[in-house]
Design a protein around this ligand. Sequence first.
Ligand code: SAM
Length: 380
Amino acid sequence: MLSTEALIASLTPIPSPSHSASAVLDTPEPVGRLRDSFGRAITDLRVSVTDRCNYKCVYCRTGNEGAQYTELPIADYLRMVRILVSLGVEKVRLTGGEPLLRSGLVEMVADLSQLRTAFHPDGSPLAPGEIGRPLDLALTTNGHLLEGLAAPLKASGLNRVTVSMDAVDAETFARITRVPRSYDRVLAGVRAAQAAGLGPVKINCVLLHGFNDSQIEAFAEFSRREGVIVRFIEFMPLEEGRTWTPQTVVTMDEILRRLDAWRPSCSTAAGLVELPPNAASETAKRFTFRDGVGEIGIIAPVSRPFCGHCSRVRITSDGCVRTCLFSQSDHDLYSFMRRGGTEEQIASYLRGVIMKKESRHHIGEPGFEKPSRNMVHIGG
Ligand code: SAM
């Protein structure tokens, strides 16, 4: 029987319109786990399952535009994921648009939960007959529809959920999402997710100067009260409009200064306590308070880029691969698949695409160009 590598080497390349010869086989296929040209292992996949979103968050969308990209049959996303898992992906995060708008999502999670990793955690291949671990399955959502879906998603095999919340008071929240009464819905969703066992729920918050930066301490209280992990994410130039400036970004240093000076309760002194990272590739710096109650993460792609540890690749709702949030172009995996690529050809195509992964983003540098898609059309 031919080895996989020999089989791949015998295949005729299929040219792709957007990503041509270099992604196909004219050189011997690399073996082992998917790696980029800088040696970074690609283990973390984000899949946008729809470009539609039911919120119009002011820092993300203009409010005048709807979905711009199509969505694929769920079976096509599943095929893409299966191939990427065979190449070393271990974590899959479903996102959007707003993923909870997508019909068939619960069933998709059930199918994903049947997949097993193809490599050991150290990157070595499984022995013949050895079965890998279940994937780490997560979801990023605005939480509006989560109350009713948390339990079915958990039952289907979802492990974790991240809910985006940019305020913890109802009025500011509705001003940001531009949807009336959205705060109560999302809070109910967060609580349902905790109750269903999707916790500890992570809350992602993007802070903007003069807009919601007054919420920092309230979010810390929220983390302590609700038992959730609050993660502040620096605002990146990925919005549909043109609101980003360096001055709008609330940086990690500023958040740390504010929280370090904050006294959580009369019996607890002020002062943050740093927590160890969960993994080398973790993007958040983690903190708690002196009594150990509450957890705050800070993700600082603008002031402290972490591209050197990037293990991510993204698939957009219309089936394109993005190797970086800030890529200037996509790689049209769906077109390649539709022209009848076999699993091996698709795997080979993906290896070629990953070799083009950018070394880092260039936010704040002279000549920085906005990427070819905005956050809502990538998935975060
Ligand atoms: N609708 C889902 C949600 O709200 O989580 C998934 C898609 S949303 C685009 C994913 C995440 O991207 C959200 O947490 C949102 O706050 C974040 N986001 C959007 N625009 C951003 C920007 N310019 N900089 C940083 N994060 C951003």
